[in-house]
Design a protein around this ligand. Structure first.
Ligand SMILES: [Ca+2]
Ligand SMILES: [Ca+2]
Length: 390
């Protein structure tokens, strides 16, 4: 791993920043590291209650690209052979899309839990009609893309990706430098990629209906384009998340567990040591798990973070906007929805207004994609028509 030394330094720097800077408790998702070189995020960030919680989110898993530009261009490198290619055909397709009628909704919130993330202000946003995947992209769907295109993901090309320490085998951990092995959350693991979510001694057998992870923004964009789709804008994603409900925390309302039932895959237990899986799933869940929101979307919040098309900014105009697309340029892309690693205490980002960011070539074991489209791709329109005739 060409950037291993740099990555080790960044991880250690983030740990130092967290513990020395303000005594904050940080998690894999909440501790930014200074992957983007912005240490200011680490100082005294608080949630809306004033409780110390955060120093940004997600950037701890930013890939350091300075030394890896050449590797990133190695698009001709074929992915390693894997039994995964032979497994996807046995799984039901989960590439169905849902039409979201155009309209105006309230994007963001005036009661942000993480003001530093740019969750506010609440603003009226109008979005044209669009289609969005009912599911996060599964391993089975991503395997079809790879089989058709031989796409090599950034994680495969760079040779590593970030994995939660608690999910890594002792054997793989023993190969990681001692200094990084001491970090209690993300570790850069050689050989971790979508086929090997927890490292080279893991695979996706039995999990082809789970979301594909370790996808960079560039991988996500390529996958959606291959499928005749595109990435959603952040505004589209958030409108889809809210399911027609105004100013609610979650896709289903304001109560996290209505009638005592879990509606999303988050983390229970002591983070980051033990995921008890009280919500039915420790780690990722099948993309069809949990009830849908009113628009028919599964796992919009929780399970895996989902890339959007927008460049990252924390500054938003309060004025009404029509089909906003974010800044014209930037260094990071917006991701939405939180993941199976989120807890109320550490990374309360499984809310529609919550947001985070990574550089476009970064990947991690909780980062996937859900595509959108202006119009239903022909092959999906035809399959929908065929179903109607049955
Ligand atoms: Ca869970
Ligand atoms: Ca999700």
């Amino acid at each position: 791993m060409a950037a291993s030394t740099t990555t080790v330094f960044i991880v250690l720097l983030s740990i130092f920043c967290v513990f020395v800077g303000s005594g904050l408790r940080c998690s894999a998702e909440s501790c930014t590291g200074s992957g983007g070189g912005d240490d200011s995020k680490c100082a005294g960030a608080t949630d809306g209650d004033g409780a110390a919680t955060e120093c940004g989110c997600g950037a701890a898993t930013n890939r350091q690209t300075a030394d890896d530009t050449a590797a990133a261009d190695a698009s001709s490198v074929p992915p390693p052979a894997s039994a995964a290619d032979d497994l996807y055909t046995t799984y039901p397709r989960t590439n169905r899309m849902v039409r979201i009628e155009g309209g105006t909704f309230t994007m963001g919130t005036d009661a942000p839990h993480f003001p530093q993330d740019g969750e506010g202000p609440a603003r009226r946003v109008t979005v044209d009609a669009f289609y969005v995947d009912a599911y996060e992209t599964s391993n089975a769907e991503f395997a079809r893309f790879v089989a058709a295109t031989r796409h090599a993901t950034d994680a495969e090309t760079f040779g590593d990706s970030f994995v939660l320490e608690a999910l890594i085998s002792e054997r793989v951990k023993s190969d990681i430098t001692q200094a990084v092995a001491a970090a209690p959350w993300w570790l850069p693991v050689k050989g971790a990629d979508w086929r090997h979510p927890e490292g080279p001694d893991s695979d996706v057998r039995g999990r082809m209906d789970h979301p594909a992870v370790h996808l960079s923004w560039r991988d996500a964009e390529s996958y959606c384009a291959w499928a005749g789709k595109r990435l959603p804008t952040e505004a589209e994603w958030e409108m889809a998340c809210r399911g027609g409900r105004e100013s609610r925390l979650y896709p289903w309302g304001n109560a996290f567990m209505p009638r005592g039932e879990h509606r999303a895959n988050t983390w229970q237990g002591e983070f980051p040591q033990h995921d008890s899986g009280e919500d039915g799933h420790a780690g990722t869940a099948p993309v069809a798990a949990y009830p849908t929101n009113a628009y028919g979307l599964h796992n919009v919040v929780g399970n895996v973070w989902e890339w959007t098309a927008d460049w990252w900014t924390t500054r938003h105009a309060a004025a009404p906007a029509s089909n906003p697309r974010g800044p014209a340029t930037g260094s990071d892309r917006v991701k939405k929805g939180g993941s199976y690693m989120c807890t109320r205490e550490y990374c309360f980002r499984y809310r529609c207004a919550a947001r985070s960011q990574n550089t476009p070539d970064s990947s991690a074991g909780n980062l996937g994609v859900r595509c959108a489209a202006d119009a239903l791709p022909d092959y999906l329109a035809q399959s929908a028509a065929a179903r109607d005739e049955l």
